[in-house]
Ligand binder design. Structure first.
Ligand SMILES: Cc1cc2nc3c(=O)[nH]c(=O)nc-3n(C[C@H](O)[C@H](O)[C@H](O)COP(=O)(O)OP(=O)(O)OC[C@H]3O[C@@H](n4cnc5c(N)ncnc54)[C@H](O)[C@@H]3O)c2cc1C
Length: 412
């Protein structure tokens, strides 16, 4: 039995290159965009040009699409290797985007790779991989619980060779700038299973009938999560992605690796917060000693270190299960819940140790905290993951007389 956490020399080399690229290209670019240093913040065209220049550099250096096979221009990495690339890339805010492995495009690429017909893949996946278009995934609706996609009210009915779609979506990330959407609508009136009512469609944007109401202002600002009214939107039947009634399955397929990729990026953010927490504690003096010597601070550091260690083990194990072609649902679910919550706790402690500085926007912590909050309910709320984890644990006990299979099915 081999348990080996060392990277192959080839992967170690890739990790080194990603780290150097993030440090030497992306972080300085990010500082220029934010106007740190001498210059004014960049916006509009100048910001986009800076971002695209960084993308071109990443592509030229072969640090492009770490999650995609080589025939699609990617680095052809498995999920374990991807974990170390994502965890390096997300040390900077724009890193994953620059490497073209950011949500929702990254999840949409997985989806298209698996579900698209060859014609659909050429039309939508190819330019997405080339980085010349943006995409979005439109499932959540304001009127019904996003946690339960069987409640989706956006409907589609067939009219000759076309489908006519009507409904209301919101929190559709990237929709404002996307060139196409994967839209999930209810098409089946009386399916055998409630999960078989939905179908996915590829929508070219802009399209008549796809109306952006607004970009929703959130606790981290207005960042392109849009509310969309879909009014008599007509698509040709060839725009169906997957089969009729397969929309739920497609969504679940998309969410597995996409959730884990979020975890990989969150690990980078949590590590940044822990590094900052320790650094601050070594440099702040109060009541006769530096903070690092206070037991109360050490507990925060220790709890964060232990949690981050667990996060890394869970992500690596779940990734290894995906690579091995084994069932990974439970492990990804547990990792998603645990990493999302650890991320929030670790950033919160880092802010605590920084005091007023942590609450200011002079460090990245406040921004990181605002972003981290959605991790606990998007892509599966905490409680829904807990419900599924409990169901699988109970089922394992009923089937085998032990819960062992539900705790990673590890050899201990
Ligand atoms: C920043 C951001 C980006 C997003 N991007 C996208 C996107 O690109 N595309 C898209 O389609 N959606 C997107 N979403 C929406 C996201 O997927 C939903 O918020 C998520 O699925 C939860 O749905 P909801 O908001 O309707 O909450 P609800 O389903 O109403 O749930 C609210 C709360 O109820 C509780 N709850 C729900 N069900 C249960 C249960 N069975 N048991 C116990 N408690 C339960 C949980 O505490 C949950 O947090 C995004 C959201 C955010 C914040």
């Amino acid at each position: 039995m081999a348990i080996d956490f060392t990277l192959s020399p080839e992967h170690e080399e890739i990790r080194g290159r990603v780290r150097t690229f993030i440090d030497e290209v992306v972080k300085p670019g990010e500082e220029a965009i934010e106007g740190k240093g001498d210059g004014e913040p960049l916006d509009g065209k100048a910001r986009l040009e800076m971002l695209i220049a960084m993308r071109k550099k990443a592509s030229a250096e072969g640090l492009w699409l770490p999650h995609m096979p080589e025939e699609w221009g990617g680095m052809g990495l498995g999920h374990v290797a991807l974990a170390m690339v994502q965890a390096e890339a997300a040390k900077s805010y724009y890193g994953p985007w620059v490497l073209n492995c950011q949500a929702p495009d990254e999840g949409n690429m997985h989806t298209l790779l698996h579900w698209a017909t060859p014609e659909q893949a050429e039309k939508y996946l190819r330019p997405l991989c080339d980085g010349t278009v943006w995409s979005c995934f439109a499932m959540t609706e304001p009127e019904v619980a996003g946690s339960d996609p069987t409640l989706i009210r956006t409907t589609g009915y067939q009219d000759g060779e076309e489908w006519v779609l009507n409904g209301h979506k919101w929190f559709i990330s990237n929709a404002h700038r996307a060139n196409f959407a994967i839209l999930v609508a209810r098409t089946e009136d009386d399916p055998d299973l409630p999960q078989a009512a939905n179908t996915a469609f590829l929508i070219d944007l802009p399209s008549e009938g796809w109306n952006e109401v607004r970009q929703i202002e959130t606790m981290h600002g207005g960042t392109g999560h849009s509310e969309i009214l879909i009014e008599d939107l007509r698509v040709h039947e060839s725009q169906m992605l997957g089969g009729r009634g397969q929309g739920h399955m497609l969504g679940q397929y998309r969410l597995g690796p996409a959730r884990l990729a979020h975890c990989m990026r969150w690990i980078a953010q949590a590590e940044t917060a822990l590094d900052m927490m320790v650094d601050r504690s070594l440099n702040r003096y109060s009541h006769g000693s530096i903070l690092a010597e206070k037991q109360g601070i050490q507990w925060m550091i220790a709890d964060s270190a232990m949690e981050l260690y667990q996060c890394k083990l869970m992500v690596l194990h779940a990734a290894s299960k995906i690579d091995a072609g084994e069932d990974f649902k439970s492990e990804v679910s547990m990792a998603k819940h645990f990493v999302a919550n650890s991320l929030n706790r670790i950033i919160d402690r880092a802010i605590q140790v920084h005091g007023a500085l942590g609450y200011s926007t002079d460090t990245p912590l406040a921004h990181m905290y605002q972003h981290a909050r959605w991790a606990r309910f998007a892509d599966g709320a905490d409680e829904v993951h807990q419900m599924r984890i409990a169901q699988r644990t109970i089922a394992a006990y009923k089937d085998h007389g032990t819960t062992k299979a539900a705790t990673g099915d590890l050899p201990i």
